[in-house]
Write a protein that binds this ligand. Structure first.
Ligand SMILES: Nc1nc2c(ncn2[C@@H]2O[C@H](COP(=O)(O)OP(=O)(O)OP(=O)(O)O)[C@@H](O)[C@H]2O)c(=O)[nH]1
Length: 518
């Protein structure tokens, strides 16, 4: 009987364990449902943040969101989640780097503009206000800001010309205004702010379509400029918040997943122990029955055997649920893997954007930031190896006149064609960047004086032979070029200044002169 009471006790203990195992299963199931909610939220946020960046990314994120509507569980994802988290942090770093460069570019343009002679003091103050804002992500909007600055510059010239009462004829002026207003409308229509600034831009758009005078146009230009900067600040703030939330979501997902994984391990251990116990009891009962020493206890033993069988069945159900859990975990594993890949491609796209910010959008040559970087690098090389290093400054003659006579689009076209023509005269190792409005700078390494002369000659000849036609007229273009080798204790700043000063002197009274200055 002692054996039997022991068995009864053990069966009781086993029942308790089974109940515990079921509780623990329910608990871990609840936790994993919570994780799925977090994962869904995360994917939705990612989809909102990446919307419009890439069609494929949009579609895939949408597909994942739909898939997540299926029943899921989460675990074993910790390493992948760590990678996703790292990528998100990297993206934040990339954005910061882009900010710095764009801000630099924009403040350069702003500075040039605010030094424009004759600009009313109040306008100068307004402009300074805009450009003294803290560094921010003007990522997608920096080109628009530059275009606005350009429009603004042109409108100032228009007013200045008006004040002098000379430059523009009466029938020229309204068309010039209309052209400026149309360009401003175009800039606004490209902006997609969903915030307060977006609404204000909409109002300005309405005003522009109804027609505005010159002074109002200039006020609106400045307002649009301010709104874009403010709107970009707001968007930047929102995307920063998104990244922060994404990070904390990932961290919480990771934590919960770790908990779920450990609950799952405990559950599994329970079941193993349970199986062993059942096997042991079954053996004991069989032994008792085979001994036939306790016939009175036989019905009790049979009952116990039945109970054991029931326990074994419940255990099998538990096993099935575990199996389902494992399948869900695998499914989820795939989902997180997809998220990781999407985040990775988002990251690659940001890297691509980073590449793009080194290019001048109009001429596709490198821009000033890229030039600064490259020159720094070549200067270090020159310091070290003292191999020849040459800067060549090429300024397009009379671009403003061309703009005035044939319109800004003609000026754009000339800039593009001349940039391409210059590039065609260069060696693969030469570097060309748009240095400012109508000037390009070349960095040429390992070149002697004779090659320098030849390059200048080739560029001038190629540009002067360009077949440019605007409004049915053939227009001849030319460039002024100065160049200077690095020598003695030169710094990049000194060589650039030397080339700029030489060019300035050569252009007045007239340009198209080669200046070889060492
Ligand atoms: N079309 C067009 N014009 C531009 C662009 N960037 C700057 N400009 C214009 O280029 C002109 C440069 O003016 P200036 O520096 O006086 O140069 P310029 O008229 O070529 O005179 P010189 O260089 O002295 O021969 C300005 O009128 C700008 O508006 C651009 O991207 N496209």
């Amino acid at each position: 009987m002692t054996d039997i009471s022991a068995i009864v006790n053990e069966v009781g203990v086993l029942k308790q364990r089974l109940d515990l195992a079921q509780l623990s299963y329910r608990d871990s199931n609840l936790k994993s449902r919570r994780e799925i909610v977090i994962l869904k939220r995360l994917i939705t946020r990612l989809a909102v943040a990446c919307r419009g960046i890439d069609n494929e990314l949009d579609t895939s994120l949408q597909a994942i969101s739909l898939d997540l509507e299926q029943p899921l569980e989460i675990s074993r994802l910790i390493p992948r989640l760590s990678i996703v988290e790292r990528l998100v942090i990297q993206q934040a770093d990339v954005i910061q780097l882009q900010n710095k460069r764009l801000q630099h570019h924009i403040s350069q343009r702003g500075r040039t503009l605010s030094h424009y002679q004759g600009l009313p003091q109040s306008l100068q103050r307004d402009l300074r206000g805009i450009f003294n804002q803290p560094s921010t992500t003007l990522l997608d909007n920096h080109q628009r800001i530059l275009r606005l600055l350009e429009l603004y510059e042109r409108s100032i010239k228009l007013i200045a010309a008006n004040n002098n009462g000379t430059t523009l004829s009466a029938d020229q002026q309204p068309s010039f205004e209309v052209e400026l207003a149309a360009e401003l409308l175009l800039v606004i229509s490209e902006i997609d702010f969903t915030n307060e600034q977006g609404e204000q831009l909409f109002v300005i758009r309405e005003q522009l379509t109804q027609g505005v005078n010159q002074t109002r146009l200039q006020t609106l230009l400045l307002q649009v400029l301010r709104l874009i900067v403010a709107g970009t600040h707001a968007e930047r703030h929102a995307s920063q918040q998104f990244l922060n939330t994404l990070n904390s979501d990932l961290a919480s997902l990771q934590k919960n997943t770790a908990k779920a994984a450990s609950s799952f391990a405990v559950l599994h251990q329970h079941r193993c122990d349970f199986n062993t116990s059942i096997a042991t009891i079954a053996t004991t009962i069989n032994q008792q029955l085979s001994l036939k020493k306790t016939p009175a206890a036989t019905p009790l033993l049979v009952n116990l055997a039945n109970e054991l069988q029931q326990l074994a069945q419940r255990n099998s159900q538990l096993e099935l649920r575990e199996q389902a859990l494992i399948e869900q975990l695998n499914h989820n594993d795939n989902k997180v893997h997809q998220v990781q890949q999407q985040t990775h491609s988002y990251h690659q796209r940001l890297s691509q954007q980073e590449q793009n910010i080194f290019r001048d959008k109009l001429t596709l040559t490198y821009n000033r930031s890229a030039f600064d970087d490259r020159l720094k690098h070549e200067y270090q090389r020159w310091l070290r190896y003292q191999t020849p290093l040459l800067l060549m400054l090429i300024d397009i003659d009379d671009l403003s006149q061309l703009n005035q006579d044939y319109g800004h689009n003609a000026g754009d076209k000339a800039l593009k064609i001349i940039a391409k023509t210059i590039s065609q005269q260069l060696n693969p190792t030469d570097f060309i960047a748009r240095f400012n409005d109508d000037a390009f700078m070349l960095i040429i390494t390992d070149c002697n004086d004779q090659q320098r002369h030849q390059t200048i000659k080739n560029i001038r000849a190629a540009v002067s032979q360009l077949p440019l036609h605007f409004k049915g007229q053939s227009v001849a273009m030319s460039v002024s070029i100065s160049s200077s080798f690095f020598a003695n204790n030169d710094t990049p700043k000194q060589v650039i200044e030397r080339a700029e000063t030489a060019l300035l002197h050569a252009q007045h009274p007239r340009c198209n002169i080669i200046i070889d200055q060492i």
